[in-house]
Write a protein that binds this ligand. Structure first.
Ligand SMILES: C[S@@+](CC[C@H](N)C(=O)[O-])C[C@H]1O[C@@H](n2cnc3c(N)ncnc32)[C@H](O)[C@@H]1O
Length: 240
C-alpha cells in the first residue's frame, strides 16, 4: 500500500490554496457554450449574494446543504428531488461536469428561458473559496462523494479531506450538522481515518461498507467503483 504520509507534516503547512486537477477538458461544443453563457448565469451563486443565504432560494429553505465536487450532477438532482424544501448549493470546478448538470436541467434550445430549480444554486469555482466566505453555522449537511484520491504520498496536500479543510467546514456547519464522505480508494480511506482521528470538531464513528441510508443517491464514481469491484467506505461525521 502507498504511504499515507505524515499528518504532523501536513498540520504545520499552510492551507493548500492552489487547485489541482482538471478544470477544462476538450474545447466547448456549441450546446455547452450556450449552457455556460445562458443557463449558468441564471443559477450561479456569487460571493456577494451569500450574506442573505435564505433569500437565494425560491422559498425559505428548511435546511441548507452543500456538495463539494458534484461531478456530473446526478447526486445533486437526486437529492433535490427527494428533499424539495432543502436549499442546495452545489460546487464543481470541472467545466464538463458543470455543463453536464446544466444540460440535465434545460432542454436543447431553451438554455436562456427554461425554468430552473428554485432551490438549487451553483458555485462554479473552488468549494473552499465558498466555505471561507459563508457565514458561520449555516450548513446542515455537506456531501463529499468520491473525491479525487491523489494517492501518492507527496500529493496529500491536494486531498480535500485535509486538516485545514476540516476546520473550514466546521466553521460553517451547524452543531449536529452531518458531513457525509464516501471513497473507494484504499489510500484515501486510510487517510480519512487518520485525519479525522486528530480533529476536534466532528464526532467520528466507524465507516460503513454499506450505503448509510435507505434511498441513497448514487454517483457516477460510486457506480464505477462498484463495477470495478472496489469497496467504498461511507462516513457520517456529526458536527459537535
Ligand atoms: C472523482 S470526481 C467525483 C465526482 C462525483 N462526486 C461522483 O462521485 O461521481 C471529484 C470531483 O471533484 C471536483 N473537485 C475537486 N476539487 C474541488 C474543489 N476544491 N471544489 C469543487 N470541486 C472540486 C473535481 O473537478 C471532480 O469533478
Amino acid at each position: 500500500m502507498d504511504k499515507i504520509g505524515h499528518l504532523d507534516n501536513v498540520l504545520v503547512k499552510p492551507s493548500p490554496n492552489r487547485l489541482y486537477g482538471r478544470q477544462r477538458g476538450h474545447s466547448l461544443r456549441p450546446r455547452q457554450k450556450k449552457l455556460l453563457d445562458e443557463t449558468l448565469p441564471r443559477i450561479r451563486l456569487s460571493l456577494e449574494q451569500i450574506e442573505h443565504l435564505a433569500s437565494l432560494f425560491n422559498q425559505k429553505p428548511q435546511q441548507i446543504w452543500f456538495e463539494v465536487g458534484f461531478g456530473g450532477g446526478e447526486h445533486v438532482l437526486g437529492q433535490l428531488a427527494k428533499h424539495p424544501h432543502v436549499g442546495y448549493i452545489a460546487s464543481e470546478v470541472f467545466r464538463d461536469g458543470i455543463c453536464s448538470l446544466l444540460g440535465r436541467l434545460v432542454p436543447v434550445g431553451k438554455e436562456a428561458t427554461a425554468p430552473l430549480p428554485g432551490m438549487l444554486r451553483l458555485w462554479d469555482n473552488d468549494a473552499r473559496h465558498m466555505l471561507m466566505a459563508l457565514p458561520e453555522s449555516v450548513l446542515d449537511r455537506v456531501f463529499l462523494m468520491f473525491p479525487d484520491p491523489w494517492p501518492k504520498a507527496r500529493h496529500t496536500k491536494r486531498r480535500f479531506v485535509h486538516p485545514q479543510n476540516v476546520a473550514l467546514l466546521a466553521r460553517v456547519m451547524k452543531s449536529g450538522g452531518i458531513w457525509q464522505v464516501a471513497s473507494d480508494d484504499p489510500v484515501y480511506q486510510g487517510w480519512v481515518q487518520e485525519v479525522m482521528a486528530y480533529q476536534p470538531y466532528f464526532n467520528v464513528s466507524k465507516p460503513q461498507t454499506i450505503r448509510p441510508e435507505e434511498g441513497w443517491v448514487s454517483t457516477r464514481y460510486e457506480a464505477k467503483a462498484m463495477m470495478a469491484g472496489r469497496q467504498p467506505l461511507y462516513w457520517t461525521f456529526v458536527r459537535r
